[in-house]
Design a protein around this ligand. Structure first.
Ligand code: C5P
Length: 237
């Protein structure tokens, strides 16, 4: 299987087409961004670590019977993945208050939520990725009721599995973002990445942040922290 042309390139990943019509190769870049890409940097080794964590998590979800695009790792910062048509919706799952929910509702960061909170945003950079609900998604032709229900149900399962997995390595899963797409045969699968760039993690013993918030809020080195998270996951899986 050989890479051919670039299918798409974002700030943090490049997706390559291959000579196999069913798969792509995704390369994770060393770029890290924050606040709608206004803050940006290149941090050597970051792509390798987000790739590794996402591979471990997607592989774990596959092993638990959830369907993801992940097939196998490819070198240090690449993955062979099923080719998907991405649904332009981001599902956000929250277990405790952090980030935008703190600003929206004026509650203290870290406030426990009585139960997980699901949010959806419309993936559209020109519109600043607005929050939407299932009515918006269906009425505007972004995703049908059936599709949003399926995505939310799977996201809840992912949340349960990952809360348990991360608790077993002493880490609280505060919140995360997840995306979905369809493979050529019409199967809905989890796509994009699940990594410290797309989740919030808190170290249970000292409350230390172990995710992209370290970069967002200048909390110091991210490589050491991402590496520590990777090491703990590798031991657990
Ligand atoms: O910023 P906010 O609090 O809404 O983010 C919720 C979760 O979604 C965080 O874990 C954040 O890292 C993730 N997220 C993301 N990509 C975005 C927006 C949010 O991975 N474009």
């Amino acid at each position: 299987m050989k890479k051919t042309q670039i299918l798409s390139e974002g700030y943090t990943k490049v997706v390559y087409d291959t000579d196999d019509p069913e798969v792509t190769v995704i390369e994770f870049k060393d770029t890290v961004t924050a606040f709608r890409n206004i803050k940006r940097a290149t941090i050597k080794g970051k792509g390798r670590l987000t790739c590794r964590v996402s591979s471990l998590i997607m592989g774990y979800l596959n092993s638990k019977g959830l369907k993801t695009h992940f097939v196998k790792e490819d070198g240090d910062n690449g993955q062979v993945c099923l080719k998907v048509r991405v649904i332009p919706v981001r599902i956000i799952m929250r277990n405790a208050a952090a980030g935008s929910i703190v600003r929206t509702f004026g509650i203290p960061a870290g406030t426990a939520l009585k139960h997980p909170v699901v949010e959806m945003t419309y993936k559209n950079n020109d519109l600043d990725n607005p929050i939407i609900n299932r009515d918006h998604a269906d009425a505007l032709g972004i995703a049908t009721y059936q599709e949003t229900e399926a995505m939310i149900e799977t996201s809840r399962k992912v949340n349960s599995l990952l809360c348990e997995l991360f608790a077993s390595i002493g880490v609280q899963l505060v919140d995360f973002k997840i995306e979905f797409g369809y493979t050529a045969d019409g199967t809905m699968v989890i796509t994009d990445e699940i990594s410290p760039d797309t989740c919030r993690f808190r170290n249970m013993s000292d409350g230390r942040q172990m995710d992209r918030d370290r970069y967002r809020y200048d909390q110091g080195d991210i490589i050491d922290t991402y590496q520590e998270l990777t090491n703990r996951l590798e031991k657990a899986l």
